[in-house]
Design a binder for this molecule. Structure first.
Ligand SMILES: *Cc1c(COP(=O)(O)O)cnc(C)c1O
Length: 220
């Protein structure tokens, strides 16, 4: 199947309220252009430098989303254009995004990444630290960031029950904080291997790479 076919298939298969973030990391801009021509507008990258290079050369109405781990010292490069940062995992990073958004006279939408997997390798905030974190956010009144939801990555496993348990856990947290924050609207969970489970568990933003663009030679 071509990229065009894959985009069309996802657009037909996904419920209307679910956003598709096409994760184009490592893929050349020609691949992104093909997906764009098939109607796709939301693209995800996991390296700020790579995203910025692509952003400069591709159509202006693309919504660029940073799905990967963000280093604070690189935030300035994406601040002029990034549309959503999926993986905020600490206050220092939120503060930096706020500062750079202000310099660009923008407000940047962010998700908080919560650690739900049974793997130490995955970034994210511990669920039991979220209350403290949101209390601090409220006190600091960062005016140039808007936290609109949560993001999580499930354990890389074939055990669907475990994945479901992790996604359901995140969905519960999302519901809890959505009561406190009316602007909550995005629950980012699900990738090529587990997006169907994620949808069952309440995801409304899936991040799909290889099922659209084909396998990556090297995963980052
Ligand atoms: C690479 C990546 C994806 C997409 O992964 P696929 O398995 O290729 O769909 C989703 N989310 C994040 C954070 C990623 O880094």
């Amino acid at each position: 199947m071509s990229i065009t076919d894959n985009i069309k298939k996802f657009r037909e298969d996904l419920p209307e309220h679910v956003d598709l973030c096409a994760v184009s990391k490592v893929k050349p801009k020609e691949a992104i252009q093909e997906a764009y021509d098939a109607g796709q507008r939301i693209f995800g990258e996991n390296k700020i430098q790579e995203m910025t290079d692509k952003q400069e050369e591709l159509p202006d109405d693309i919504q660029w989303q940073m799905v990967g781990h963000v280093q604070s010292n690189k935030v300035k490069y994406m601040a002029p254009y990034v549309s959503l940062v999926h993986a905020v995992h600490k206050m220092k990073l939120l503060k930096e995004i706020n500062k750079r958004a202000k310099q660009n006279e923008r407000t940047i939408d962010c998700l908080i990444q919560v650690k739900i997997a049974d793997e130490d390798s995955k970034f994210g905030m511990d669920a039991d630290k979220l209350d403290d974190f949101f209390d601090q956010v409220d006190e600091r009144e960062y005016e140039h960031v808007r936290i609109i939801g949560l993001m999580g990555m499930a354990t890389l496993t074939d055990d669907a029950d475990q994945i479901k348990k992790e996604f359901n856990f995140l969905h519960g947290l999302y519901e809890k904080y959505a009561k406190r924050y009316p602007q909550f609207s995005k629950l980012s969970m699900g990738m090529s291997g587990d997006y169907k489970i994620a949808l069952e568990c309440g995801s409304n933003l899936v991040r799909v790479g290889s099922s659209i663009f084909g396998p990556r030679n090297y995963d980052k």
